[in-house]
Write a protein that binds this ligand. Structure first.
Ligand SMILES: Nc1ncnc2c1ncn2[C@@H]1O[C@H](COP(=O)(O)OP(=O)(O)OP(=O)(O)O)[C@@H](O)[C@H]1O
Ligand SMILES: [Mg+2]
Length: 276
């Protein structure tokens, strides 16, 4: 597949589609026949206990790991057969917020955020303007010259989001973006993700073990007109719903797929455990 054809989304295809994806490491099968899709503009929450394979799933979706079987279709292109050199280019469409942020301690905030741009032939002026724009979005422009060690956990998380957004990718993966953060800081991160979903139409996967993240995303929408986060509502034009659904992974398989409202009503003992 040539580099130029990978730059376009295939019309009519969902932006993210897993088809019977299985992956094992040695004897342990981490994911078995996982199938799901995310529609354009959706933020899909991947919910699972620690060790259930959430990070592995996101890495598969970015072509950082290859499955033993199945198809990983992103923007209609199968990552499984893609050559490494084409994958490198294809990843420009994907922002990845790694678990724990994964910032480079020896680089400043601006250098961390611009890291990907330096591989491109952008002018210094252009790089600075894009870095500032990205940092402004996460309300961290004042930390432009700081180093990661000088920032709180929540601030570091916001800088990693700014870094993932630098190329304005249509797809973003968030790996446990609220883990280890207090409730208020978690909410600011979820609000940022809401804005990206509702304002920019970014399609996402968000891995978490916190069911609150799923409700925070599914029960609220960002309304660009007022610039406010509002609860999902219903008016004469119908229900204004949030583009967020949930996929629960258990024992290497998809255990539940659907709306948070269904999850809430479920009487399944395993799912109830998550809710309590
Ligand atoms: N490169 C690898 N080689 C071998 N085993 C791996 C590799 N990557 C992941 N695993 C195994 O796959 C399983 C799932 O790991 P993964 O990191 O995806 O879990 P997770 O759901 O993200 O957990 P957490 O919530 O703690 O981040 C674990 O048993 C892990 O040891
Ligand atoms: Mg993980």
């Amino acid at each position: 597949m040539s580099v130029t054809t990978t730059n376009k989304a295939v019309p009519g295809e969902p932006l993210i589609r897993f088809e019977n994806v299985s992956i094992r490491f040695g004897d342990s099968e981490v994911l078995r026949n996982v199938s799901f899709q995310a529609e354009a503009g959706e933020t899909k929450v991947i919910l699972g206990e620690s060790g259930s394979g959430k990070t592995v799933l996101l890495k598969l979706a970015a072509g950082l790991l290859r499955p033993n079987s199945g198809r990983v279709m992103i923007m209609g292109h199968d990552l499984v057969d893609m050559k490494e050199v084409d994958l490198l280019d294809f990843r420009r469409h994907i922002g990845f917020v790694f678990q724990e942020g994964a910032l480079f301690d020896s680089l400043s905030v601006a250098e961390n955020v611009s890291f990907r741009l330096r591989e491109e032939s952008a002018s210094l002026q252009e790089i600075e303007s894009r870095v500032r724009q990205s940092l402004r979005f996460v309300e961290m422009e004042q930390s432009y010259d700081k180093f990661p060690a000088e920032l709180s956990g929540g601030m570091r998380r916001r800088v990693s989001i700014a870094r993932a957004l630098i190329d304005q990718p249509p797809i973003v993966y968030y790996d446990s973006p609220t883990a280890g953060l207090d409730p208020v800081t978690s909410q600011t991160i979820i609000t940022l993700i809401l804005r990206l979903r509702d304002l920019n139409g970014v399609t996402s996967l968000l891995a978490t073990h916190r069911v609150q993240d799923a409700f925070g995303l599914a029960n609220f929408v960002f309304e660009p007109k007022s610039g406010r986060v509002l609860p999902v509502w219903e008016d004469a034009n119908g229900r204004h719903f949030a583009l967020t659904k949930v996929l629960v992974i258990r024992n290497a398989e998809v255990y539940f797929q659907g709306e948070t409202t269904e999850l809430l009503k479920s009487e399944d003992p395993y799912l109830r455990q998550f809710l309590e």
